[in-house]
Write a protein that binds this ligand. Structure first.
Ligand SMILES: [Zn+2]
Ligand SMILES: [Zn+2]
Length: 203
């Protein structure tokens, strides 16, 4: 499920991407796996023809239980940036780690999808911190995850202060969301190993 105020438009780096149509404040839960997202079980994934799997894996992502999830409401069109404004480290939802201005592209970091081991892509973000090639192995690099952690924890401190359009979806599904809403803000306190690749509704 994707928060409000985000629309699909032509992208500079890819064919299409997600763009803010209104300010999305830091601390906003931007997207989360939900029961409306398309799912293929581990057995269904194994039975997919190779080309079909490749196509689905481009837009979807593998969950920890081996199933494949295609995020609903266009959330699967979120492009990668090495300076992503949405991160999900230790969370089962993506959080805005800085204010996203109207017209700005909404991006996440594909290196966070560590369950998709061995995956890589040439990056087109051309940001100052561009890693050139983005790989899911980078999601295990302490230098990369340390920067993500600082940004996510800063955003978690703002989570209780901002409007949360996804509240009704997240409140019953996400334990990390509930803890952050109660004012906990370090990943040690909030996370308990949560990940968008192991969302609570799957467990
Ligand atoms: Zn969904
Ligand atoms: Zn890049």
């Amino acid at each position: 499920m994707l928060t409000k105020g985000i629309d699909v438009r032509a992208s500079r780096t890819h064919n299409v991407g997600l763009f803010a149509t209104e300010t999305v404040p830091a601390g906003t839960a931007v997207w989360a796996p939900c029961t409306k997202c398309s799912r293929w079980s581990k057995e269904e994934v194994a039975a997919l023809p190779e080309a079909r799997f490749t196509a689905l894996d481009t837009y979807g992502h593998l969950l920890r239980d081996g199933s494949l999830l295609l995020p609903c409401l266009g959330a699967y069109l979120m492009n990668h940036s090495c300076e992503a404004n949405v991160l999900d480290l230790g969370l089962d939802f993506g959080i805005a780690v800085r204010d996203i201005a109207p017209g700005e592209e909404v991006t996440c970091d594909y290196a966070t999808f560590v369950e998709d081991a061995g995956w890589s892509m040439r990056c087109l973000c051309r940001g100052p911190g561009c890693r050139g090639t983005v790989t899911t192995d980078q999601g295990g690099d302490p230098a990369v995850t340390g920067r993500w952690k600082d940004r996510v924890e800063q955003a978690l401190r703002q989570l209780p202060e901002v409007d949360q359009p996804l509240h009704d979806i997240l409140a019953p599904l996400s334990e990390p969301y509930g803890r952050a809403l109660r004012g906990l803000s370090t990943l040690d306190q909030v996370s308990s190993g949560a990940s968008v690749c192991a969302p609570s509704f799957v467990r």
